[in-house]
Design a protein around this ligand. Sequence first.
Ligand SMILES: [Fe+2]
Length: 390
Amino acid sequence: VTAPSPPVPEAAPVPVRFGAGAIRQLPEVLAGRQARRVLLVCGETAFAACGIGRLIGERLGAWRLDRFSCFTANPELADLERGVELARHARSDTVVAIGGGTAMDLAKGIAILAGEPAPPAAYVARTQQLSGRRRLSLVLAPTTAGTGSEVTRFLVVYRDRVKRSLDHAAIAADAAVVDPQLTWSMPPRLTAVTGMDALCQAVESYWSIHSTAASRRLAARAIRLVLANLEAACRAPGPAARTAMSRAALLAGRAIDITRTTAAHAVSYPLTGLYGIAHGHACALTLPHFVAYNARVGPADVLDPRGPAFVLRRMRELYVLLGVSGPRAARTRLAALLERLGLEPNLAALGLDGEDRRQVAALALASERAANNPRRLTPRGLRRILEAIR
Ligand SMILES: [Fe+2]
């Protein structure tokens, strides 16, 4: 009989430099990591819009800089493969992302996989295990306020339009630079969808079966910040609302790094992969309904080992955070927020018929994120929710 292997130590949280102008510290962060050959992962639009050139100017000239900017809006395996190829060809020692969730997730994938022996597809298909060593340094700077990818140890990539993920302590960045100024140029719609991602992540983290007292504190702060600032960040953005949203995204990222996401994210992946609905929008469509669904948890369908009474206490705390009296009011409030932000609330208007909904439900039920939900998802329960969104 062999002794069980010792638990893998949890990685320390990603160190973050936060604040307006923090991006000017990027050269110093890179110097501290002895960077010589930097691969910059940054979409064309983000690069031009966020004003990074103006903010750090010629100071990046101290490094040999290769740029990877040709990738799709939701990261695909083919994008990751090209990025890994580029990093190997350029012999990059450091990967820097300046962008949204897609750029950051690709940078994470490139940094971890460029030093692995097998092709990226093998790790994404999980036929090959990550060695757990990352040879390239990794620094992430978000230009949106939502994904929190800058502080998480997992990444999402789509293969044949189906979501896959990699999850390993070695994936987390060496450093993150969160400069709210990089988000100032975001148009209202991008602000809304990325902000709703942060809200969904925070709410789902709060009720996740893996929640801890610490993760719930982080999630609670994120929820309060989003509710108080997201509409202002969309309608009349100023430094205060933008900074609060960057902070909220960071806190929600820290929270899901502990807990992972749950049902609304499980449903979002096929909505994004198959129907092209923006990630945060896709999550926000079902979140109001999962509040009501989880409020009816009982002994027969509870997935949280702490039991239904524990989950229901957490749900009551959540109503307080949302400023409502109970699950129905919570559903109404969250659905109203979606509409006020101008995000289409109707699945039919987004192009999904009944058969599409059945396909989405089947893929969501198979998602490992569904297993983190405090109440078991059933085909019938999920079908009813997807039908309720018309
Ligand atoms: Fe998300």
